[in-house]
Design a binder for this molecule. Structure first.
Ligand code: CP
Ligand code: NVA
Length: 313
């Protein structure tokens, strides 16, 4: 069985920004090795007897299933903790929740709105905390994304990824991921919806070591030109339901369709974290077309999450 080292044992997984390029490469390697074991039907109980608690303050299909199934395949157990059922939903503090859960669990995954809640949970938790998405960042997604790009392209360094759409949690984490791994990332967003300036600046600082170029443009065609990877996400994220109509107007020219695809490299792949609003940010034709690696990307959440848990817990 593939040998894990203890270098990341006990670490929180809150953003790719917190890890060195070598550490990110190790998580990606573990994801690919664990995927091979699973495909070969070889048992890989790296977390036998361990338990992960999963707090979901927002909906989820992929993240929940990947963590729950992943934990089972690693020989451990996962608990789904809905805010409707646990006392956190009735006002128990994050601090007390962290102190209690740390006494019983080996790891805590949380999906929530305010990024500070994850930081607060990690501050008081003595077991690793995994960020399963906040309004600011979506790091487990981007490990799976980079795994998918590696599988399709054989490399990350020197590639150009164009993210077309809202400067959101996924866009932010792609900036951090590209920065660490030497992949150029350009975000094309309409005015007022660009990525957070602090995240961009931090990612650009991270990128000094890897040589990646990270930038923001207004024109989706300019971003898509000669790209190796075209990436998009919904225009209105969870929690922005009220803004959906207004955003739809602002993003009309930001659809990933065959016209935009024709500007990218002929061998470019398309990614979308999902769930998608088909016919809005991406057409059926592109999503179901030959360049789409979207469902490989979804599957890789399983392998990526298993790696994140296996190396940290
Ligand atoms: N991409 C993603 O995180 O999907 P879910 O919201 O279904 O977990
Ligand atoms: N940006 C999206 C990603 C969903 C996985 C959201 O936050 O809703």
């Amino acid at each position: 069985m593939y040998q894990l080292d203890n270098s990341l044992r006990g670490r929180d997984f809150i953003s790719i920004h917190d890890f060195s390029p070598r550490e990110v490469a190790y998580i990606l390697e573990a994801a690919m090795e664990i995927k091979k074991l699973q495909k070969a039907g070889i048992a890989h109980p790296y977390l036998a007897g361990k338990t992960l608690g999963m707090i979901f303050q927002k909906a989820s299909t992929r993240t929940r299933v990947a963590f729950e199934v992943g934990m089972y395949q690693l020989g451990g157990h996962a608990l789904f903790l809905s805010p409707r059922d646990i006392q956190l939903g009735r006002g128990e503090t994050i601090k007390d929740t962290a102190l209690v859960l740390s006494r019983m669990l080996d790891g805590i995954m949380i999906r929530t709105f305010d990024h500070d809640e994850v930081l607060e949970l990690a501050r008081w938790s003595s077991v690793p905390v995994i960020n399963g998405l906040t309004d600011l960042l979506h790091p487990t997604q981007v490990i799976g994304d980079m795994q998918t790009i590696l599988e399709h392209k054989g490399q990350l360094k020197g590639l150009k990824l164009a993210f077309i759409g809202d400067g959101n949690n996924v866009a932010h984490e792609l900036l951090y991921g590209g920065a660490k791994m030497g992949m150029d990332v350009v975000i094309a967003s309409p005015g007022g919806y660009e990525p957070d300036a602090v995240v961009l600046k931090q990612a650009q600082e991270d990128a000094r070591e890897s040589g990646a170029t990270l930038w923001v443009v207004g024109d989706p065609a300019e971003a898509a030109k000669d790209a190796d990877v075209i990436y998009t996400d919904v225009w209105a994220s969870m929690g922005q339901e009220d803004e959906a109509e207004q955003k739809e107007q602002a993003f009309l020219n930001y659809q990933v369709n065959s016209g935009l695809m024709s500007l990218a490299r002929p061998d470019a792949i398309v990614l979308h974290c999902l769930p998608a609003k088909r016919g809005k940010e991406i057409t059926d034709e592109v999503m179901d077309g030959p360049q789409s690696a979207i469902f490989d990307e979804s599957e890789n959440r399983l392998h990526a999450h298993k790696a994140i848990m296996a190396v940290t817990m």
